[in-house]
Ligand binder design. Sequence first.
Ligand SMILES: C[S@@+](CC[C@H](N)C(=O)[O-])C[C@H]1O[C@@H](n2cnc3c(N)ncnc32)[C@H](O)[C@@H]1O
Length: 262
Amino acid sequence: MSSRPEPDEAAGSAHGTQAPGTRAHRRWLFDVGADIYALLTWQEPWRAHCRSMVDHFPGGTARILDLGIGPGVSGIAVLERLPRAQVVGLDFSSRMLRQAQRYTRRGPAPLALVQADATHLPFPDGSFDVVMAHSFLYLLTDACSAVAEARRVLRPGGRAVFLEPAGGGSASWVLKSLSVRFAISMALWRAASRHAGRFSEATLRELLEPHLVDVATLPTLGGLGLIGLGARAEARRHPSPPTVAAAGCLNQAPIGHGESGE
Ligand SMILES: C[S@@+](CC[C@H](N)C(=O)[O-])C[C@H]1O[C@@H](n2cnc3c(N)ncnc32)[C@H](O)[C@@H]1O
């Protein structure tokens, strides 16, 4: 596992979206919850939904970045569909990454794990065919900067695929899975997203459209979730890459995703 120095909290607040100190506090919360999160999400319905994200990858995808990989379940699920791909899992929580290192032994191929903040990605421009994230953007106070970074590290024509909690749907759908662990995971997902904010199709598009082209949203998880898709423009369609500032991330209020839910 590789790691890079923490981004400066003051640099984080220079994006105008994050109070100093909150990043360390949130990372601590993920460290504390890592073991139970790993236990709850290693189950077939959750993994199947992670695997289904591959349906939205472009043909020939070989290099994938999984943002906020947590205990590795999402990245390993992708490897089950694409065992020859290289999947890099990134997270800022060392304890989540420790779990991912344990789980990667169960997968068909190793994950490369990197400890870093998603708003300051330690990769050169154009490094990946796909940047994906499952249950991630809704947790960020500076999601705009994370999407700008995702775009930067995509190759031209590369695809971003996000799966996030939505305001719609019915909790009774979850019971059809007949999995207690899935039901508990979804109940916690609903509770966390009621607190952090859920996306509507409009608010997810609003977040992605300044950075990506061909943006689309699709309901998933019986309407409880939303898939957000977009691509990095081919060079000729978008010659000068927008910086985080040019893409409208400066002074953006912490994202209220627009759906209070229930
Ligand atoms: C809800 S978990 C999702 C884990 C995994 N993708 C899944 O679906 O099971 C969100 C993860 O994002 C990580 N995270 C949150 N904010 C982050 C940031 N700014 N940079 C990197 N990782 C972050 C947390 O540590 C946590 O592991």
